[in-house]
Design a protein around this ligand. Structure first.
Ligand code: HEM
Length: 212
């Protein structure tokens, strides 16, 4: 008898939510070259609020026995993201950006569940494994379509990770071996579905803001 790995179960249970996020109009337009450099800049701005929440909560969880193995320092994105924003908006980027409603709710939710490692890791997994997966493809297309070179797209460069596939496999093994019972595993999957919903809703907000 073969048992499904927990990491494979998460991927399976969230497949259609992933497709919804990937296929959102704002994202698919951006990927097809039908967006603008400004659209990409707006997306990066929203990322700042999300990663600020993720990475400040991760710092608070550094001593948590369950969460800490997932919190590899080489995943940290804020320094790269801030360099991107400086390039995209100029040195005054902080006063140029603001959180859209979904972004604010998403960041609040991350902070709210940070006391529960399984729920926090759901958010961590959804963003960082996504950045290490489709994110690599997104970076190539954004560079190509919107005339960005080395600067402005550093967010997707994980220079300190030598082998992305091996890193992702190790992360999946951490998910498989986390000491969660069935109820906690179910919470983790539910929270991952919620994280995908925030990402899809954010694309809707970005699309609305653009057409307005
Ligand atoms: C244009 C948009 C996107 C594309 C083209 C894309 C593409 C992909 C691909 C090809 C994989 C599989 C990689 C592998 O097997 O190693 C993947 C995995 C993943 N993506 Fe995306 N993706 C996109 C958007 C997103 C978004 C918006 C999120 C959520 C924030 C996301 C989260 C994930 C996650 C968590 C995984 C890892 C699944 C796992 O191995 O458990 N992706 N993506």
């Amino acid at each position: 008898m073969t048992t499904t790995r927990f990491s494979a179960l998460i991927a399976e249970r969230t497949r259609s939510s992933h497709s919804d996020s990937e296929g959102a109009t704002f994202m698919s337009d951006l990927m097809k070259g039908h967006g603008t450099k400004r659209d990409y800049a707006e997306l990066s701005a929203q990322h700042w609020y999300i990663y600020e929440a993720l990475e400040s909560c991760a710092a608070d969880l550094a001593d948590d026995a369950v969460a800490s193995p997932f919190l590899a320092p080489e995943l940290r994105r804020l320094p790269q993201l801030e360099r991107d924003l400086e390039h995209l908006f100029g040195s005054d980027w902080r006063s140029e950006i603001s959180a859209l409603p979904t972004t604010a709710a998403y960041a609040d939710r991350i902070r709210e569940v940070a006391s529960s490692p399984a729920s926090f890791i759901a958010h961590h997994y959804t963003r960082y494994l996504g950045d290490l997966s489709g994110g690599q493809f997104i970076a190539r297309l954004v560079r190509r379509h919107y005339g960005l070179g080395d600067r402005g797209v550093e967010f997707y460069d994980f220079d300190q990770i030598e082998n992305i596939d091996a890193f992702k496999e190790n992360y999946r093994m951490l998910l498989d071996s986390a000491p969660w019972n069935d109820i906690e595993r179910e919470h983790m999957i539910e929270e991952t579905l919620l994280a995908y919903r925030f990402n899809s809703d954010l694309f809707t907000d970005l699309h609305r803001a653009k057409v307005a």
